[in-house]
Write a protein that binds this ligand. Structure first.
Ligand code: HPA
Length: 274
């Protein structure tokens, strides 16, 4: 763990040096949210592969960059491109960028993702505010020795998603006349999609949407004491009794459509946060 901590500190020094601002908010941007980076000013772009010890993107087409800058009244650091368990990254590797954010002094984190709807009231293309989650990955980024300077051995998980930020999102969606569903996100490792029986099980377990990201990052952020806002783009709806395949092309197209609304909502609430 000492070695990991040193690597985080080295990466943080490298990232901090060229930045024109000191970021307070982190953004993990999924598909369709590139426009947010374009709206930022005083930007500094750092490709992941240049940062010492940073995880590398496995897919060549998904280069991955850290972008810092000013967005409205907010100093932000955005991750374009993220790391998933199904790519073979360990939970610790996935936590690395969050630890860099923590060391930089970031105290608020926005996380977006694409997810399959399990709640039959949801429609593809809608947004879901994540009110809580179920870690069904069998993994945890905090396994191993605890770094006490980073957080508690047994971090509280009674409210990992900040209630104040949730309220801002709900009011923002009302202002914009936009549907914002609310629900529980269950995280699975993937990469195989769920069977009909698993879909029924996850729904009965209490989840409204299922996805293959987010959980490792949110647990790390909770440990770090960050305020988290999470929003899912519902890319497909899985109903066990009339279960249809969700082809990747459709999943991406629907997530991008939802991404437009997500960008509008974020632009409405985040740049103005105190
Ligand atoms: N299952 C798991 N992950 C997903 C899905 C799904 O149906 N859609 C988008 N990410």
């Amino acid at each position: 763990m000492e070695e990991f901590r040193k690597r985080v500190e080295e990466a943080t020094r490298f990232v901090r040096a060229p930045m024109k601002i000191s970021p307070k908010m982190g953004l993990i941007l999924g598909t369709g949210l590139g426009g947010i980076v374009e709206a930022m000013e005083e930007t500094t772009v750092i490709p992941y592969e240049e940062i010492p010890h940073f995880p590398r993107s496995t897919v060549a087409s998904h280069a991955g960059c850290l972008v810092s800058g000013v967005w409205g009244e907010q100093r932000v650091l955005a991750m374009q491109g993220r790391f998933h368990l199904y790519e073979g990254y360990s939970p610790l590797e996935i936590s690395f960028p969050i630890r860099v954010m923590q060391t930089l002094g970031i105290d608020t984190l926005f996380i977006s993702n694409a997810a399959g709807g399990l709640n039959p009231n949801f429609k593809g293309g809608e947004l879901m505010l994540i009110t809580d989650h179920i870690n069904f990955t069998g993994q945890n980024p905090l396994l191993g020795p605890n770094v006490d300077d980073w957080g508690d051995r047994f971090p509280d998980m009674t409210a990992p998603y900040c209630r104040i930020l949730q309220q801002k999102a709900i009011h923002g969606a009302l202002d914009l006349g936009m549907t914002l569903q609310r629900g529980v996100y269950v995280g699975v490792p993937g990469p195989s999609m769920e069977t009909a029986a698993e879909t029924r099980f996850l729904r009965n377990m209490g989840a409204d949407a299922v996805g293959m990201s987010t959980i490792m990052e949110v647990i790390t952020a909770a440990h770090a004491g960050m305020k988290v806002l999470g929003i899912s783009a519902i890319s497909n709806v899985n109903l066990p009794d009339r279960y249809l395949p969700a082809p990747l092309k459709e999943v991406i197209a629907t997530a991008e459509k939802a991404g437009k609304n997500m960008a509008l909502l974020l632009e409405h609430i985040l740049p103005k946060l105190p």
